[in-house]
Design a binder for this molecule. Sequence first.
Ligand SMILES: [Zn+2]
Length: 293
Amino acid sequence: MDRLEPYPAGAGVAALKDHSLSDVLPVAHVYLSPHLDDAVLSCGATIARQVASGVAVEVLTLFAGQPQLDTLSTYARQLHVASGDSPDMVGTRREEDAAACRLLAAGFLHLDYLDAPYRRDPDSGTPLYTSDAELLGWHPHPADQGLVAELVGTIASRYEGGPALRMYAPLGAGGHVDHLAVRAAALELQRCGFGLAFYEDYPHVQDGHGLVRALALPHAGGWVAELSELQDSHVLAKCKAIACHESQIPVLFGDGEEMIRSVRSYMDLTGGSAGYAERFWKSVSASDGQGLR
Ligand SMILES: [Zn+2]
């Protein structure tokens, strides 16, 4: 299966042509989104600002594969029920993401890697993650060992490194195993010459502890923070884009009003005296000295 095919067949391409700048301009910013809402939840206002400045943005969602519904584990079934139990849950979520990206005028691609609750041990067939505690447990299952290298290969085959392209990846606050896999892949891509910044996984990051723990995870170097300062129009666009993820609003926020209150509140807290902001982190080695430019 070609993992780089947009989904539904042709719809992603149509979206790129009709609604984003990435068909006429080289992509300047790529958001690596573990799931079909992470980039918009964490970085939607920055995406809106970048698009408004006339550069092409693409959201690449990695774990958007279709599971076999007749073989769902008990845990995966529980998650489906909590999100409305659509007969085509992944298809519904892909459509929601397509609508969100169109609203932001960003290009999008959905890859076929399976979300963690759908993954099974290739030898025994046993589900790898069977509870929230395991899914958000900071420790990927040993059977996921080759996943990071596979992600690196897939991403590197689509984009060229260099100063004209910046990628954004989750920091992993919240300990979700899929977010940590994308973070690990991104750190490897940085070692290969790609420009990377790491975003705070919203809403996981709200409790504060996850951010501290994610920053403390071992990696070669330290972290430097970068604020993306944003206008009210960017915040509004972000909230509208998040609202496109209808199936996720009850799970994540309760309802739409609470989503808007929560998003505004965290962006206000993040920006402090600068106003609304989203925060990114750059992984720097000691030799980098001054950090961000
Ligand atoms: Zn996620």
